[in-house]
Structures are given as structure tokens and as C-alpha cells.
Design a protein around this ligand. Structure first.
Ligand SMILES: *[C@@H]1O[C@H](CO)[C@@H](O)[C@H](O)[C@H]1NC(C)=O
Ligand SMILES: *[C@@H]1O[C@H](CO)[C@@H](O)[C@H](O)[C@H]1NC(C)=O
Ligand SMILES: *[C@@H]1O[C@H](CO)[C@@H](O)[C@H](O)[C@H]1NC(C)=O
Length: 372
């Protein structure tokens, strides 16, 4: 073989190899039967209880799992289902899992919809071994009762199991969250760019948002920026969240996505950045409203080192934003920039809402440093 023939063969090999990988790895969007529209055979149901381990196509189950059809009546409550007509309910110690082909070492976010049914403090353990996250399904952020939650992982292997487990131990074993619409998205954690010391400062990279989800996606507490569904950012809270919103359904200050601070001072959006003690920095950001009816006197508080800024924003609930900034001198090698909603706010339907933050940048202001 001549050198060029050999390189053609090598090239073909590469192309075939990568095509095969691309074919088998999951693609962004709903997982196979991720909305549970494909259900068990009648012979594998006892009432609503699923009796066969492999009864739900594409899924494996264990524990007390129920298959719920939209309109199912229970204790005078009619359960509506956000996507299609069917969902599952995870009772005590119930698990659903699906095997996924992924790209090793790549980052992924998982988005799914969940509704609490009986207990106040329901939780879900979402995992892709060895990583897991225990998500509080406690506060309801929509009037329908269904919220979309996100979680992220970095694939350690090319085939992984995604599991959702209800670790609950309620008196009624059937108590537990309803689950529907499970989707995945490749995450490409952005690096710092020239002119901004923050990563993902424009908040454009984040979890999958369903095209028909007008209610955004919640990002639950995450204390590690590496594996955050909102790369670069941590969500500091006990049980509360931030809401990730997109331009097809909301007004956003810049680009296609932004963060709505929906939990008052109970949640902070935080990024840690390397700084030089004594040097001056300027944090700039947009504050606005998502045009979702959050009509109130909103305010965002921003903190960095020993500086704070309270940025008031009078919201008509119809969208809009303004720029704000916080100048500070670093006091350590690492500085946390922190954003919080100054207060709690609700929409006329009683659901929580708050100010938006977007388009966040941090720069070093060198000439000022000499004067400090
Ligand atoms: C169906 O569930 C009921 C109540 O839990 C139980 O008594 C019955 O034996 C179950 N039927 C089958 C066929 O497993
Ligand atoms: C969550 O699930 C993972 C995987 O099954 C397990 O290793 C982990 O211990 C669980 N965590 C909690 C807090 O239940
Ligand atoms: C910053 O880092 C340097 C070198 O790692 C260390 O010597 C210094 O004590 C640190 N300063 C502060 C304020 O943390």
C-alpha cells in the first residue's frame, strides 16, 4: 500500500469508528420511552401497580412502582400528566432505571418532570454510578404541581445506568413522587473567555429545557461547580432551587437563557474565581424580570469579598432589564461572587417568582489597584 492509500484506509477507519460511536450514544432530548407513553401489558399490572421488572419498555423497575394514566382519580385529586397521558409513581424504595450509551468523560445533564403526591418532604436520588444527587421534591413552583428538575453527571464509562430512586419510607407505601418526561443533554462546560473571568457568565450553557415547557427548569442545590447542570455555577441552598428560563417562553436580557431567583434569600447563585488579594475587580450583570407576571418591587443582592450591592428593579411582570455593577477589592486567592433575591415574591397564581440575573462578567480593574 502507498502512503496515501494507507492514510485513506486509516481515515475510513476513523470515520467508521466515530460514526458507530455517534449512532449508539444518546442524543439530546427525551430518552427512549422517557415519557412512559409505552406502557406495561395488562397482565403485568395489578390495578396501577406494575408487577414485572421489565414491564415498562426501555426501563427496569424495582420496588413499588405504579403506572398512572392522566385523569387517574385519587383521594379526590385528579392527577394530570404534563407530557402525553401517562407517568409513573415511585412509592417507598422504588427505582426506575435505564441503560444509556454515552461518550466517556463527557458531561451530561438530565431533566425530568416530577410532582409531589402525599408527603411534604419527598426526595429523589438520581444517580449514574458513582455519582448521585438527592433532589428535594418539596416546594412546588408551578400551579399545575409539576416541576422540571435537572441534575448533571460526568460519564465514567461508555455504558451507564441512569437510576431514579425514591428513598422514602412513608406509612403508605404508595406515597411518592410522580415522574414523567426524562430527557438528556450533552453539556459543554464553557471555559473562561477573554474579557470575562467567570465561566458561563452568559448562562447560555445549562440543562435541557423541553420545547413545550413554559415553566422553566429548576436547578436544585449543587455545591460543586464541576458537575453542575449550570456549568461553572453552584446553587447554595438547603432545599430550594433557582429556575433556569429560556427565550422561547420568557423574556431574557441577553442570549437565549437566564436565571430566575425564585427562592428569596434561601438560595444563592455562586461562582468561585481565582483573584489576587488587594487587586480591584468589577462585577457587571443584568437584573430584570422574565415577563411571566412577576409584578413587584424586586431586588437582587450581589456580594463579592467585602462588597455588596442591592439592585432594585421595579417589575411590571412584562419583561425588561437594567445593568448593574459591583466594584470590590479581593481579600483572598479565591473570591465567591454571590447573587440572591432580596425577598420572596409570588405571581397572581400564588407560585414563587423573582428577579432574573443574566450576562454576568468579572474583570480586573488594574489601574485602581495602585491606589488601594
Ligand atoms: C393485587 O393486589 C392486591 C392488593 O395488594 C392483592 O391482594 C392481590 O393478591 C394482587 N393480585 C395479584 C394477581 O397479584
Ligand atoms: C443514591 O443512590 C446511589 C446509587 O444507588 C447510592 O450509591 C447512594 O448511596 C444513594 N444516596 C443516598 C443518600 O441515598
Ligand atoms: C495565596 O496563595 C499563595 C500561594 O499559593 C499563598 O502563599 C498565600 O498565602 C495565599 N494568600 C491568601 C490571602 O490566601
Amino acid at each position: 500500500m502507498t502512503g496515501s492509500a494507507r492514510s485513506v484506509v486509516a481515515l475510513l477507519f476513523l470515520l467508521v469508528g466515530s460514526a458507530a460511536r455517534a449512532d449508539s450514544a444518546v442524543t439530546d432530548g427525551l430518552l427512549p420511552n422517557g415519557n412512559f407513553e409505552d406502557g406495561p401489558d395488562k397482565s403485568q399490572l395489578n390495578g396501577t401497580v406494575v408487577t414485572g421488572r421489565y414491564a415498562i419498555p426501555n426501563w427496569e423497575i424495582s420496588g413499588f412502582v405504579e403506572y398512572i394514566e392522566s385523569g387517574h382519580r385519587e383521594q379526590d385529586m385528579i392527577l394530570a400528566v404534563p407530557e402525553g397521558a401517562r407517568a409513573v409513581r415511585l412509592g417507598n424504595d422504588a427505582t426506575i432505571r435505564q441503560r444509556l450509551s454515552v461518550t466517556r468523560r463527557a458531561y451530561y445533564s438530565i431533566t425530568f418532570s416530577a410532582a409531589r403526591t402525599c408527603a411534604q418532604k419527598e426526595k429523589l436520588n438520581v444517580s449514574v454510578t458513582p455519582e448521585f444527587g438527592v433532589l428535594p421534591i418539596q416546594t412546588v413552583y408551578t400551579s399545575s404541581g409539576w416541576d422540571s428538575y435537572s441534575w448533571a453527571f460526568r460519564a465514567k464509562h461508555s455504558v451507564v445506568w441512569l437510576s431514579i430512586h425514591n428513598p422514602g419510607e412513608e406509612e403508605d407505601p404508595a406515597c411518592g413522587p410522580l415522574i414523567d418526561s426524562i430527557a438528556i443533554k450533552n453539556l459543554y462546560p464553557p471555559r473562561r473567555t477573554k474579557g470575562n473571568m467567570l465561566r458561563n457568565g452568559d448562562l447560555e450553557e445549562g440543562p435541557y429545557i423541553f420545547p413545550d415547557a413554559t415553566w422553566g427548569v429548576l436547578v436544585p442545590p449543587i455545591f460543586e461547580d464541576e458537575h453542575s447542570p449550570l456549568p461553572g455555577w453552584m446553587i447554595m441552598s438547603d432545599t430550594k432551587v433557582i429556575k433556569y428560563v429560556d427565550s422561547p417562553h420568557h423574556r431574557v436580557p441577553q442570549g437565549a437563557r437566564a436565571v430566575e431567583l425564585v427562592a428569596g434569600r434561601e438560595t444563592a447563585l455562586v461562582q468561585e474565581v481565582a483573584t489576587v488579594p488587594g487587586r480591584s475587580y468589577r462585577l457587571s450583570f443584568s437584573v430584570g424580570d422574565a415577563g411571566n407576571g412577576c409584578k413587584d418591587s424586586l431586588a437582587v443582592e450581589a456580594y463579592a469579598a467585602r462588597a455588596t450591592a442591592k439592585v432594585p428593579y421595579e417589575s411590571q411582570g412584562t419583561g425588561g432589564h437594567k445593568r448593574a455593577q459591583l466594584d470590590f477589592a479581593a481579600v483572598a486567592n479565591l473570591t465567591r461572587v454571590v447573587f440572591q433575591s432580596f425577598n420572596y415574591h409570588t405571581k397572581p397564581d400564588g407560585t414563587l417568582c423573582g428577579p432574573l440575573v443574566d450576562d454576568i462578567s468579572l474583570v480586573s480593574v488594574r489601574k485602581r489597584a495602585a491606589r488601594l
